[in-house]
Write a protein that binds this ligand. Structure first.
Ligand code: GLU
Length: 327
């Protein structure tokens, strides 16, 4: 299946995607990412995919996915593939129904001898984490690694464990369209990472790489909280023989206290924003935050396509949302 699907990615069509987790109502930051990703895809004459990242069965709900679709439509962001109706050649577009594809990718990775079962609890990991940490990430100390170096023997575990992927002490360098060139050392900054959890849940890193490749995604636009994940994802692409998409990591929108917006920032949730603004007013304000308009003048996403460029977007890690937007 992976091999069949692999042929699709050679298509010359630019493809962007928006990949929300349907765990609540979107906020201004989510819709900012959606707008920029949509504008970039449209400017390239490409397609735009709505992928539902519902890997977390406890928190993901269909009603949230439907609400996301409604909010995107309200703003004027139409998608060509995906969504809850599973439109398009790469269906299903909800991660909860793509288990067979992740299993096949995992199998392929297991053949490399780079994976091993891990039985560490969170407390074990915290107690033995490697001394180098970045961005508050916990770097796995390697307790369950069966030997100092791969290839590791394939063992059948007698108890449920996670599957972890060894990372070498080498650098991944990538050039982000917004943030510029980054070099990440896999061992120091990421550490061996989980592909499948002990409870059977697929890790985001594996799912996103498989989905982007099999859906033919050429450009990933998302918040810069995922910048470091990009190195892990490029490493996975290399191991699986997938071409890596280009990446554009956007500054995170923050409230006036400097905190990154979350689903708890009710005043900037789509529910409140739709009460206070028309779609044109909200689009104009988002375009202003992206540096595309000198003033937050009302407009439609379609009217912004011609003037869209990543060059106008701030390279700072965050943008403070003006108080008047929070109502
Ligand atoms: N599902 C992730 C989120 O909602 C986005 C992942 C991605 O764009 O790679 O934050």
């Amino acid at each position: 299946m992976l091999n069949n699907a692999l042929t699709k990615e050679n298509s010359p069509i630019a493809k962007g995607r928006f990949a929300p987790s349907p765990t609540g109502r979107m906020h201004l930051g989510n819709i900012f990412t959606a707008l920029i990703s949509w504008l970039s895809a449209r400017k390239q004459g490409g397609k735009w995919i709505l992928r539902i990242e519902d890997l977390d069965p406890q928190r993901s709900k269909t009603c949230h996915a439907l609400q996301i679709e409604d909010d995107l439509a309200w703003l004027g962001l139409d998608f060509d593939e995906g969504g809850t109706a599973d439109i398009g050649p790469c269906a299903p577009y909800s991660q909860s129904r793509r288990n067979h594809l992740y299993a096949e990718a995992l199998e392929r990775l297991e053949h490399t001898g780079l994976t091993y079962p891990c039985f560490c609890t969170r407390a074990d990991i915290m107690a033995t984490q490697a001394p180098h940490q970045s961005d508050g990430r916990v770097i796995y100390g390697g307790t369950c690694r069966p030997a100092p170096q791969p290839p590791f023997p394939r063992t059948t575990a007698d108890r449920p464990g996670a599957t972890r992927l060894y990372v070498p002490d080498s650098d991944i360098t990538f050039t982000d369209t917004v943030c510029g060139t980054h070099t990440v050392n896999l061992a120091r900054h990421c550490g061996d990472f989980v592909l499948r959890r002990a409870d059977g849940a697929w890790a985001y890193q594996l799912a996103v790489v498989v989905d982007d490749a099999l859906m033919g995604v050429t450009e990933v636009v998302r918040g810069n909280d995922l910048l470091l994940s990009t190195a892990q994802q490029i490493y996975l692409c290399n191991l699986l023989g997938f071409p890596a998409p280009s990446h554009a990591h956007l500054p995170l929108l923050c409230n006036s206290a400097g905190q990154r917006l979350s689903k708890r920032d009710a005043s900037l949730s789509m529910e409140q924003l739709r009460r206070r603004f028309t779609p044109r007013e909200l689009t104009g304000r988002l375009a202003h935050l992206a540096g595309l308009l000198p003033h937050p003048e009302p407009c439609t996403p379609a009217e912004l396509v011609d003037l869209f460029s990543f060059a106008s977007i701030s390279r700072q890690p965050s943008i403070i949302v003006p108080d008047e937007m929070a109502g």
